[in-house]
Ligand binder design. Structure first.
Ligand code: ADE
Ligand code: ZN
Length: 339
Protein backbone atom coordinates (compact mmCIF):
# COMPACT_ATOMS: atom_id res chain seq x y z
CA UNK A 1 0.00 0.00 0.00
CA UNK A 2 1.09 3.57 -0.68
CA UNK A 3 2.87 5.18 2.26
CA UNK A 4 0.55 8.15 2.47
CA UNK A 5 -2.60 5.98 2.30
CA UNK A 6 -1.52 3.85 5.26
CA UNK A 7 -0.44 6.94 7.18
CA UNK A 8 -3.80 8.59 6.64
CA UNK A 9 -5.64 5.44 7.71
CA UNK A 10 -3.58 5.30 10.92
CA UNK A 11 -4.14 9.00 11.50
CA UNK A 12 -7.90 8.47 11.41
CA UNK A 13 -8.01 5.67 14.00
CA UNK A 14 -9.27 6.86 17.41
CA UNK A 15 -6.41 5.86 19.69
CA UNK A 16 -5.61 5.33 23.37
CA UNK A 17 -2.08 5.79 24.71
CA UNK A 18 -1.37 3.73 27.84
CA UNK A 19 2.42 3.84 28.03
CA UNK A 20 3.88 7.32 27.94
CA UNK A 21 6.36 8.95 30.31
CA UNK A 22 5.63 12.66 30.40
CA UNK A 23 9.32 13.37 31.01
CA UNK A 24 10.00 11.34 27.86
CA UNK A 25 7.81 13.67 25.79
CA UNK A 26 10.16 16.59 26.53
CA UNK A 27 11.11 17.86 23.05
CA UNK A 28 14.51 19.60 22.76
CA UNK A 29 12.87 22.85 21.56
CA UNK A 30 10.81 23.10 24.77
CA UNK A 31 13.78 21.95 26.86
CA UNK A 32 15.84 24.87 25.54
CA UNK A 33 12.98 27.32 26.09
CA UNK A 34 12.44 26.24 29.73
CA UNK A 35 16.20 26.06 30.43
CA UNK A 36 16.52 29.65 29.23
CA UNK A 37 13.73 31.04 31.38
CA UNK A 38 15.05 29.09 34.41
CA UNK A 39 18.64 30.29 33.79
CA UNK A 40 19.96 26.77 33.39
CA UNK A 41 22.75 26.03 30.93
CA UNK A 42 22.26 22.78 29.05
CA UNK A 43 25.34 20.76 28.10
CA UNK A 44 24.39 21.21 24.42
CA UNK A 45 24.84 24.27 22.24
CA UNK A 46 21.98 23.62 19.83
CA UNK A 47 18.85 21.58 19.27
CA UNK A 48 20.75 19.63 16.60
CA UNK A 49 23.46 18.66 19.06
CA UNK A 50 20.80 17.44 21.52
CA UNK A 51 19.31 15.25 18.84
CA UNK A 52 22.81 14.04 17.97
CA UNK A 53 23.23 12.82 21.57
CA UNK A 54 20.08 10.68 21.34
CA UNK A 55 21.85 7.52 20.22
CA UNK A 56 21.56 4.72 22.73
CA UNK A 57 22.94 1.20 23.07
CA UNK A 58 20.69 0.18 25.94
CA UNK A 59 18.11 1.38 28.48
CA UNK A 60 20.67 2.81 30.92
CA UNK A 61 22.35 5.04 28.31
CA UNK A 62 18.94 6.50 27.54
CA UNK A 63 17.96 6.92 31.21
CA UNK A 64 21.14 8.92 31.95
CA UNK A 65 20.21 11.47 29.29
CA UNK A 66 16.50 11.41 30.15
CA UNK A 67 17.11 12.23 33.83
CA UNK A 68 19.57 14.98 32.86
CA UNK A 69 16.96 16.57 30.54
CA UNK A 70 14.31 16.55 33.27
CA UNK A 71 16.51 18.72 35.50
CA UNK A 72 15.43 21.93 33.80
CA UNK A 73 11.87 21.39 35.07
CA UNK A 74 11.51 23.49 38.20
CA UNK A 75 8.19 25.30 38.39
CA UNK A 76 4.54 24.33 38.13
CA UNK A 77 4.35 26.12 34.78
CA UNK A 78 7.21 23.97 33.45
CA UNK A 79 5.28 20.78 34.23
CA UNK A 80 2.16 22.32 32.74
CA UNK A 81 3.99 23.25 29.53
CA UNK A 82 5.53 19.79 29.25
CA UNK A 83 2.16 18.06 29.62
CA UNK A 84 0.29 20.51 27.43
CA UNK A 85 2.82 20.12 24.60
CA UNK A 86 2.31 16.36 24.73
CA UNK A 87 -1.49 16.68 24.70
CA UNK A 88 -1.60 19.06 21.76
CA UNK A 89 0.74 16.76 19.84
CA UNK A 90 -1.34 13.63 20.40
CA UNK A 91 -4.55 15.55 19.78
CA UNK A 92 -3.24 16.17 16.27
CA UNK A 93 -2.86 12.37 15.96
CA UNK A 94 -6.46 11.61 16.94
CA UNK A 95 -5.58 10.21 20.37
CA UNK A 96 -8.77 10.22 22.49
CA UNK A 97 -7.57 8.82 25.80
CA UNK A 98 -4.22 8.84 27.62
CA UNK A 99 -2.89 7.09 30.73
CA UNK A 100 0.40 8.84 31.42
CA UNK A 101 3.31 8.19 33.77
CA UNK A 102 5.25 10.72 35.73
CA UNK A 103 8.34 10.02 37.86
CA UNK A 104 7.98 12.09 41.07
CA UNK A 105 11.37 11.04 42.46
CA UNK A 106 13.20 12.49 39.45
CA UNK A 107 11.99 15.86 40.68
CA UNK A 108 11.61 15.54 44.45
CA UNK A 109 15.20 14.24 44.75
CA UNK A 110 16.39 17.59 43.35
CA UNK A 111 14.27 19.66 45.69
CA UNK A 112 11.20 20.22 43.53
CA UNK A 113 8.18 19.47 45.66
CA UNK A 114 5.60 16.83 44.82
CA UNK A 115 2.80 19.37 44.70
CA UNK A 116 4.61 21.59 42.17
CA UNK A 117 5.00 18.60 39.85
CA UNK A 118 1.50 17.23 40.14
CA UNK A 119 -0.33 20.55 40.07
CA UNK A 120 1.31 21.51 36.76
CA UNK A 121 0.61 18.13 35.21
CA UNK A 122 -2.95 17.96 36.48
CA UNK A 123 -3.85 21.47 35.29
CA UNK A 124 -2.75 20.54 31.77
CA UNK A 125 -4.59 17.21 31.83
CA UNK A 126 -7.80 18.95 32.91
CA UNK A 127 -7.38 21.53 30.17
CA UNK A 128 -6.80 18.70 27.70
CA UNK A 129 -10.02 17.07 28.81
CA UNK A 130 -12.02 20.29 28.50
CA UNK A 131 -10.48 21.83 25.39
CA UNK A 132 -9.19 18.84 23.41
CA UNK A 133 -11.69 16.21 24.54
CA UNK A 134 -8.89 13.86 25.63
CA UNK A 135 -9.79 11.82 28.69
CA UNK A 136 -6.98 10.81 31.01
CA UNK A 137 -5.67 8.76 33.92
CA UNK A 138 -2.50 9.59 35.82
CA UNK A 139 0.09 7.00 36.94
CA UNK A 140 2.83 7.73 39.44
CA UNK A 141 5.89 5.60 38.77
CA UNK A 142 8.40 4.48 41.38
CA UNK A 143 12.03 4.48 40.25
CA UNK A 144 13.28 0.92 40.65
CA UNK A 145 16.99 1.82 40.86
CA UNK A 146 16.14 3.55 44.17
CA UNK A 147 15.18 1.77 47.38
CA UNK A 148 11.76 0.51 48.42
CA UNK A 149 12.00 2.90 51.36
CA UNK A 150 12.28 5.82 48.92
CA UNK A 151 9.22 4.51 47.09
CA UNK A 152 7.34 4.46 50.41
CA UNK A 153 8.24 8.13 50.91
CA UNK A 154 6.83 8.88 47.48
CA UNK A 155 3.65 6.99 48.29
CA UNK A 156 3.32 9.07 51.46
CA UNK A 157 3.88 12.33 49.54
CA UNK A 158 1.21 11.33 47.00
CA UNK A 159 -1.57 10.81 49.53
CA UNK A 160 -2.90 14.41 49.55
CA UNK A 161 -3.37 13.96 45.78
CA UNK A 162 -4.89 10.49 45.93
CA UNK A 163 -8.02 11.65 44.14
CA UNK A 164 -6.14 12.69 41.03
CA UNK A 165 -3.71 9.77 40.83
CA UNK A 166 -5.21 6.60 39.40
CA UNK A 167 -2.38 4.15 39.70
CA UNK A 168 1.24 3.41 40.40
CA UNK A 169 3.90 1.96 38.10
CA UNK A 170 7.51 0.85 38.25
CA UNK A 171 10.16 2.09 35.82
CA UNK A 172 13.87 2.96 35.33
CA UNK A 173 16.82 0.49 35.27
CA UNK A 174 15.30 -2.97 35.07
CA UNK A 175 18.26 -5.38 35.27
CA UNK A 176 19.14 -6.14 38.89
CA UNK A 177 16.00 -4.39 40.18
CA UNK A 178 13.33 -7.08 40.05
CA UNK A 179 9.68 -6.35 40.84
CA UNK A 180 9.97 -8.34 44.09
CA UNK A 181 12.12 -5.50 45.51
CA UNK A 182 8.89 -3.43 45.66
CA UNK A 183 6.52 -6.04 47.06
CA UNK A 184 5.50 -4.13 50.19
CA UNK A 185 5.12 -0.71 48.62
CA UNK A 186 2.91 -2.12 45.87
CA UNK A 187 0.77 -3.80 48.53
CA UNK A 188 0.53 -0.52 50.43
CA UNK A 189 -0.28 1.35 47.20
CA UNK A 190 -3.14 -1.05 46.44
CA UNK A 191 -4.46 -0.53 49.98
CA UNK A 192 -4.60 3.19 49.23
CA UNK A 193 -6.80 2.42 46.22
CA UNK A 194 -4.19 2.79 43.49
CA UNK A 195 -4.30 0.53 40.46
CA UNK A 196 -1.05 -1.29 39.68
CA UNK A 197 1.15 -1.66 36.60
CA UNK A 198 4.88 -2.31 36.21
CA UNK A 199 7.56 -2.29 33.53
CA UNK A 200 8.77 -5.87 33.18
CA UNK A 201 10.47 -7.94 30.52
CA UNK A 202 11.79 -4.96 28.56
CA UNK A 203 15.47 -5.85 29.03
CA UNK A 204 14.83 -8.18 31.95
CA UNK A 205 13.89 -11.88 31.75
CA UNK A 206 10.43 -13.46 31.71
CA UNK A 207 10.85 -14.17 35.46
CA UNK A 208 10.41 -10.46 36.07
CA UNK A 209 7.02 -10.62 34.34
CA UNK A 210 5.98 -13.50 36.61
CA UNK A 211 7.11 -11.48 39.64
CA UNK A 212 5.16 -8.43 38.51
CA UNK A 213 2.04 -10.61 38.23
CA UNK A 214 2.46 -12.89 41.24
CA UNK A 215 4.25 -10.67 43.73
CA UNK A 216 3.13 -7.16 42.80
CA UNK A 217 -0.32 -8.17 41.50
CA UNK A 218 -0.23 -5.75 38.58
CA UNK A 219 -3.09 -5.73 36.11
CA UNK A 220 -1.06 -4.65 33.05
CA UNK A 221 2.56 -5.22 32.05
CA UNK A 222 4.51 -2.36 30.48
CA UNK A 223 6.59 -3.83 27.62
CA UNK A 224 6.66 -7.56 28.41
CA UNK A 225 8.57 -8.28 25.19
CA UNK A 226 10.37 -11.21 26.78
CA UNK A 227 7.20 -13.24 27.48
CA UNK A 228 7.32 -15.24 24.27
CA UNK A 229 10.22 -17.35 25.53
CA UNK A 230 7.91 -18.83 28.18
CA UNK A 231 4.87 -20.79 27.05
CA UNK A 232 3.28 -21.02 30.50
CA UNK A 233 3.54 -17.25 30.83
CA UNK A 234 1.92 -16.71 27.44
CA UNK A 235 -0.95 -18.95 28.54
CA UNK A 236 -1.35 -16.96 31.76
CA UNK A 237 -1.40 -13.64 29.88
CA UNK A 238 -3.98 -14.94 27.42
CA UNK A 239 -6.18 -16.69 29.98
CA UNK A 240 -6.28 -13.68 32.29
CA UNK A 241 -6.38 -11.10 29.48
CA UNK A 242 -3.38 -9.27 30.92
CA UNK A 243 -2.46 -6.55 28.46
CA UNK A 244 1.08 -5.75 27.35
CA UNK A 245 1.73 -2.09 26.57
CA UNK A 246 4.36 -2.42 23.83
CA UNK A 247 6.53 0.40 22.55
CA UNK A 248 8.05 -0.54 19.19
CA UNK A 249 10.15 2.56 18.35
CA UNK A 250 11.49 2.53 21.92
CA UNK A 251 12.50 -1.11 21.52
CA UNK A 252 14.51 -0.34 18.38
CA UNK A 253 16.06 2.84 19.85
CA UNK A 254 17.17 1.00 23.00
CA UNK A 255 18.30 -2.08 21.07
CA UNK A 256 15.82 -4.37 22.83
CA UNK A 257 15.44 -5.57 19.22
CA UNK A 258 17.85 -4.82 16.40
CA UNK A 259 15.26 -4.07 13.70
CA UNK A 260 11.55 -3.39 13.63
CA UNK A 261 10.83 -6.55 11.63
CA UNK A 262 11.94 -8.54 14.71
CA UNK A 263 9.23 -6.98 16.85
CA UNK A 264 7.12 -9.64 18.65
CA UNK A 265 3.77 -7.83 18.42
CA UNK A 266 2.41 -9.83 15.47
CA UNK A 267 3.30 -13.14 17.13
CA UNK A 268 1.69 -11.92 20.34
CA UNK A 269 -1.55 -11.10 18.53
CA UNK A 270 -1.48 -14.53 16.86
CA UNK A 271 -1.20 -16.17 20.28
CA UNK A 272 -4.18 -14.18 21.58
CA UNK A 273 -2.25 -11.84 23.88
CA UNK A 274 -3.90 -8.44 24.49
CA UNK A 275 -1.04 -6.55 22.82
CA UNK A 276 -1.23 -2.76 22.53
CA UNK A 277 1.04 -0.12 20.96
CA UNK A 278 2.35 3.11 22.51
CA UNK A 279 5.23 5.54 22.32
CA UNK A 280 7.07 5.39 25.72
CA UNK A 281 9.42 8.41 25.35
CA UNK A 282 8.60 9.88 21.95
CA UNK A 283 10.85 12.94 22.19
CA UNK A 284 13.84 10.62 22.56
CA UNK A 285 12.83 7.80 20.24
CA UNK A 286 11.44 9.79 17.35
CA UNK A 287 7.86 8.64 17.19
CA UNK A 288 4.48 9.40 18.75
CA UNK A 289 1.50 7.06 18.42
CA UNK A 290 1.01 7.25 14.64
CA UNK A 291 4.66 6.58 13.93
CA UNK A 292 4.63 3.56 16.22
CA UNK A 293 1.60 2.14 14.43
CA UNK A 294 3.06 2.99 11.03
CA UNK A 295 6.52 1.53 11.56
CA UNK A 296 5.11 -1.65 13.09
CA UNK A 297 2.47 -2.08 10.40
CA UNK A 298 4.98 -1.68 7.56
CA UNK A 299 7.83 -3.73 9.06
CA UNK A 300 5.54 -6.63 10.01
CA UNK A 301 3.10 -6.24 7.15
CA UNK A 302 0.16 -6.09 9.55
CA UNK A 303 -3.33 -6.57 8.12
CA UNK A 304 -6.13 -4.03 8.73
CA UNK A 305 -7.64 -6.57 11.13
CA UNK A 306 -4.43 -6.67 13.16
CA UNK A 307 -4.14 -2.86 13.22
CA UNK A 308 -7.78 -2.62 14.28
CA UNK A 309 -7.23 -5.22 17.00
CA UNK A 310 -4.28 -3.23 18.38
CA UNK A 311 -6.40 -0.09 18.52
CA UNK A 312 -9.32 -1.87 20.20
CA UNK A 313 -7.05 -3.70 22.66
CA UNK A 314 -5.74 -0.38 24.00
CA UNK A 315 -9.26 0.78 24.91
CA UNK A 316 -10.09 -2.68 26.34
CA UNK A 317 -6.96 -2.52 28.52
CA UNK A 318 -7.55 1.06 29.63
CA UNK A 319 -9.03 2.16 32.94
CA UNK A 320 -12.06 3.74 31.31
CA UNK A 321 -15.50 2.56 32.39
CA UNK A 322 -17.23 -0.16 30.36
CA UNK A 323 -19.62 2.28 28.61
CA UNK A 324 -16.72 4.59 27.75
CA UNK A 325 -14.74 1.68 26.33
CA UNK A 326 -17.73 0.56 24.28
CA UNK A 327 -18.23 4.04 22.87
CA UNK A 328 -14.63 4.21 21.61
CA UNK A 329 -14.59 0.63 20.34
CA UNK A 330 -17.80 1.22 18.39
CA UNK A 331 -16.17 4.26 16.80
CA UNK A 332 -13.15 2.16 15.79
CA UNK A 333 -15.41 -0.52 14.31
CA UNK A 334 -17.37 2.13 12.37
CA UNK A 335 -14.12 3.69 11.16
CA UNK A 336 -12.72 0.43 9.84
CA UNK A 337 -16.09 -0.33 8.27
CA UNK A 338 -15.89 2.93 6.34
CA UNK A 339 -12.37 2.68 4.85
N1 ADE B 1 11.55 5.45 32.03
C1 ADE B 1 11.25 6.10 30.90
N2 ADE B 1 11.24 5.27 29.87
C2 ADE B 1 11.53 4.03 30.34
C3 ADE B 1 11.65 2.74 29.77
N3 ADE B 1 11.49 2.53 28.47
N4 ADE B 1 11.98 1.72 30.58
C4 ADE B 1 12.16 1.91 31.89
N5 ADE B 1 12.05 3.10 32.47
C5 ADE B 1 11.73 4.15 31.71
ZN1 ZN C 1 8.18 2.98 29.69
Amino acid sequence: METSKLQSIIQGIPKAELHLHLEGSFEPELMFEIAKRNNITLPYDSIESVKEAYKFNNLQEFLDIYYAGAQVLLHEQDFFDLTWAYLTKVHSENVKHVEVFFDPQTHTDRGVSFDVVIKGIHRALEMGKNELNISYKLIMSYLRHLSEEAAFETLEASLPFKDIIDGVGLDSSEMGNPPSKFKDVFKASAEQGYKLVAHAGEEGPSEYIWEALDILNVERIDHGNRCLTDEALVKRLVDEKIALTLCPTSNVALKVIQKMDEHPVAKMLDKGIVATIHSDDPAYFGGYMNENFYQTATALNLSFDQIKKLAINAFEASWLSTPEKEKHINTINDYFGSI
